[in-house]
Design a protein around this ligand. Structure first.
Ligand code: TXA
Ligand code: MG
Length: 348
C-alpha cells in the first residue's frame, strides 16, 4: 500500500516528518528534488536500499548516489576529498551536481554496487533537504521512474510508475531543472563529467579548464567502449514510441519532419512531432507538442521528460524530434534525447 501525500503550506512539516519516519524504518519514499523526483531510502541500510532496486526493476550493477543536507556530512561517507572537489562544492552546492569520491566503509555495497567510490549530491530543493535532515541519515536515491523510462518531473508521473510499489510518495511542485544532476568524477584528475546536467561544462571549466566530458557518452557507444557511469550504458529515457531526431539547419529540419510525417502517415502510423514554441506552427498535425523555447534551453530541459511521456499518452508510434545546439544545458538535453532515440539520428 502506497501513501500519496501532496504538500501544501499547512501540512508541509507534518508530511515531511511522516516521510522521514518511513525512511528511518527502512521504507522507500518518492520525493521532489530540483532536478527530477527521486526514490529514496536510508543509504546506510542495505535492506532498505535493496527495495529501491526491486521497485524500479534496476540492474544491481548500477550504483545509487547519496543525498546529504549539509556539506559537513560529506566527511562521514567519503575520504581523500581533493581540494578541487571542495571548490566545486563551494560553488555549486546545494544544486544539480553529483560528485564522485572515494567512499568510506559505512556505505554498503548494494548502494555503491561494489565500487570503491560513491556519488554525493546536496540538493537545493527545500523539501528534499528537510527530508534528509529529519531522516537523520543520507538518502540514497535514483530517479523515481521504472528503470529505462523517462525520469518523472512531477508527482503524477511518480504515481504512474510507482504506485503500489513504494511506501510513500511525497508530492510537491514540478521540478525546476527537469534533467538529472550533472555527475563529475573527482576521484581522478582532471575531473571528468560522467553525465551532463544543469551545471554545465562551461560552468565547471571556470573552476579548472582541464575538466572534460567522458567522450564515450557523447556519441553512439561502440561495442568495446564503456561509459564511466554504469547507468549511462543502459537504454534509457525511452518512451514507448520510436524516437527519431532530425539534426541540422532548422529550416531544413522543419521541411524534413513534414516530409517524414506524410511518409509515416501513409504507412498508417500515428506520428508525433516534438517542436518548440518558435516552430510549432510550421507543422500541420494535431500531435505537435512544444517542448519549450529555443531562446531558453532551460525550458526545454524542464519539459523534456514530461513531453516524451505525453506522446505516450497520445499513443503515437513515432516521435519526430527537432535537435538542439550542444552547448550549455543543450548538452544535457541532447544527451537525454539521443538516449531516448537509441541514437537514431537523421543528419541533414
Ligand atoms: O538528479 C539526480 O541525480 C537524481 C535525483 C533524484 O537526485 N538522481 C539520479 O540518480 O539521477 P540515478 O540513479 O537515476 O542516476 C545516477 C547515475 C547512474 O547513471 C549511475 O550509474 C551513476 O550515477 N553513478 C552512481 N554512482 C557512481 C559511481 N560511484 N561512479 C560512477 N557512476 C556512478
Ligand atoms: Mg535514473
Amino acid at each position: 500500500e502506497t501513501k500519496i501525500a501532496i504538500i501544501n503550506a499547512e501540512n508541509k512539516d507534518m508530511l515531511i516528518r511522516e516521510a522521514a519516519d518511513v525512511i528511518k524504518k527502512g521504507g522507500i519514499v518518492a520525493f521532489p528534488t530540483e532536478t527530477v523526483y527521486g526514490l529514496g531510502a536510508d543509504a546506510l541500510n542495505a535492506e532498505a536500499v535493496e527495495k529501491i532496486f526491486i521497485a524500479k526493476g534496476r540492474p544491481q550493477d548500477n550504483p545509487l548516489i547519496i543525498h546529504i543536507a549539509d556539506i559537513s556530512e560529506l566527511k562521514k561517507y567519503t575520504k581523500n576529498v581533493p581540494e578541487i572537489a571542495e571548490r566545486i562544492m563551494d560553488k555549486f552546492w546545494p544544486g544539480p551536481l553529483t560528485i564522485i569520491l572515494e567512499k568510506n566503509d559505512c556505505i554498503p555495497n548494494v548502494t555503491s554496487a561494489n565500487l570503491n567510490t560513491v556519488g554525493v549530491r546536496m540538493p537545493s530543493n527545500e523539501i528534499a533537504r528537510k527530508l534528509i535532515r529529519k531522516s537523520g541519515t543520507p538518502i540514497a536515491a535514483p530517479s523515481a521512474n521504472i528503470s529505462g523510462r523517462p525520469s518523472p518531473t512531477d508527482v503524477e508521473r511518480c504515481v504512474e510508475d510507482l504506485n503500489g510499489k513504494v511506501d510513500y510518495i511525497l508530492g510537491e511542485k514540478k521540478c525546476d531543472v527537469g534533467v538529472e544532476s550533472t555527475i563529475i568524477d573527482c576521484s581522478v584528475y582532471p575531473p571528468c563529467i560522467l553525465r551532463p546536467g544543469g551545471v554545465t561544462l562551461e560552468d565547471l571549466r571556470e573552476i579548472d579548464e582541464k575538466i572534460y566530458i567522458d567522450p564515450v557518452i557523447l556519441d553512439k557507444p561502440k561495442e568495446d567502449m564503456k561509459p564511466k557511469a554504469p547507468g549511462m550504458k543502459y537504454r534509457h529515457y525511452a518512451p514507448k514510441a520510436k524516437v527519431i531526431i532530425i539534426r541540422g539547419n532548422l529550416q531544413k529540419t522543419i521541411e524534413k519532419i513534414n516530409d517524414l510525417m506524410v511518409h509515416y502517415i501513409i504507412e498508417g502510423k500515428n506520428v508525433g512531432v516534438m517542436a518548440t514554441d518558435e516552430t510549432k506552427s510550421e507543422y500541420n498535425s494535431e500531435n505537435v507538442i512544444s517542448v519549450g523555447k529555443r531562446s531558453n534551453l532551460g525550458t526545454v530541459a524542464q519539459n523534456l521528460f514530461e513531453t516524451l511521456r505525453a506522446f505516450d499518452d497520445k499513443g503515437v508510434d513515432i516521435i519526430l524530434c527537432e535537435s538542439f545546439e550542444e552547448s550549455g544545458v543543450g548538452v544535457a538535453v541532447m544527451n537525454r534525447l539521443k538516449k531516448s532515440a537509441g541514437f537514431n539520428i537523421i543528419d541533414i
